[in-house]
Design a protein around this ligand. Structure first.
Ligand code: NDP
Length: 294
């Protein structure tokens, strides 16, 4: 069994970007600039955006957080988005989701300039991805594709089961893996809460990607020997003995499934770190497009 090390792979990707940033900085270009917008003070979201900001700075980006009160109106947020769209010193920005319920997330996403949409959630980027044009890919699916590529895991002709059809993970991934191209060409089944007899599908799958948000959902008796497992799930399980009071687990029962898998991602340290690395890669792409760098 090979453990797919997302932490190290993410570190490699960030190092590659850092080297390129240093090169262009020496040529006199300004640093890339990533902005995060957070509405409210949800502790998990705040930790996550702070981590993005810290990691961006580590590789030579400028990065800042615009934190707005929970009561912020939709119009105020749209005004801030308009300013970010027009600010030539901002290469990319993210609106941390979920937004408070009084704000229409879809309206907000539609207002983002697609050229600065480094989360890849704008329908223009999703549409470009669908037809196979260059686009900002949503960071988690992009990270999973990158892990598969860097670990030389063949997808051509393979049966892939993706569990979870959200717009930020499962659905884009199903498109990317079924596309007619190297790193695609898989036969993809996209499962969800209405799927009947999931075990029937999972026992046939050569590659299983879980993104459903159910701790330890996929058990050893649901997979075949030699299966490749990519676990995007991040779930908190109560653990009073730990300092935080909880521990993170994936959607896969790692202990049992790892005995049958040929490749498997751990949680934490698998898909999670890749998501931030790919967000930074998207920001770097936006910067290069802005300055027309190769
Ligand atoms: P959503 O809640 O948006 O989607 C969950 C999906 O799983 C839905 O399609 C749902 O089906 C499906 N589902 C739920 N229960 C079952 C079940 N019992 N059997 C089959 N399908 C089921 O979740 P997200 O996509 O936002 O997140 C999924 C997981 O991935 C979470 O643990 C989240 O924390 C994690 N995540 C990790 C990221 C990372 O950086 N590694 C980034 C984003 C998410 P239906 O559509 O029918 O409701």
């Amino acid at each position: 069994m090979i453990l797919i090390d997302g932490k190290n792979t993410a570190a490699d990707i960030k190092k590659e970007i850092q080297t390129e940033v240093a090169h262009w900085r020496q040529q006199g270009y300004r640093p890339p600039n990533l902005v995060a917008v957070l509405v409210g003070n949800d502790p998990a979201s705040l930790t996550y955006v702070r981590s993005k900001e810290r990691q961006a700075k580590q590789i030579g980006f400028n990065s800042s957080l615009i934190q707005l009160p929970f009561e912020t109106t939709e119009q105020t947020l749209l005004n801030i988005i308009s300013k970010l769209n027009h600010d030539t010193k901002v290469d990319g920005y993210i609106i941390q989701l979920p937004l408070p319920s009084h704000i229409d997330s879809q309206k907000v996403i539609m207002a983002i300039d697609p050229h600065k949409d480094v989360d890849g959630f704008h329908p223009l980027n999703l549409g470009k991805m669908l037809v196979g044009l260059p686009a900002f890919l949503p960071a988690t699916p992009y990270g999973i594709i990158e892990l598969i590529k860097r670990y030389d895991i063949p997808t051509d002709g393979k049966d892939v089961l993706i569990i979870g059809r959200s717009l930020i993970v499962g659905r884009p991934l199903s498109i990317l893996l079924s596309q007619k191209r190297t790193g695609g060409n898989a036969t993809v089944t996209l499962a969800h809460s209405h799927t009947k007899n999931l075990k029937h599908h999972s026992l046939k799958a050569d590659i299983i990607i879980t993104a459903l948000g159910q701790p330890n959902f996929l058990k050893a008796d649901m997979v075949k020997d030699g299966v490749v497992i990519i676990d995007a799930g991040i779930n908190e399980l109560a653990a009073p003995e730990t300092k935080r009071g909880y521990r993170l687990v994936g959607d896969v029962d790692f202990k049992g499934v790892s005995l049958k898998a040929s490749y498997i991602t751990p949680v934490p340290g698998g898909v999670g770190p890749m998501t931030i690395a790919m967000l930074l890669k998207n920001t770097w792409k936006a910067y290069k497009l802005h300055f027309k760098l190769s």
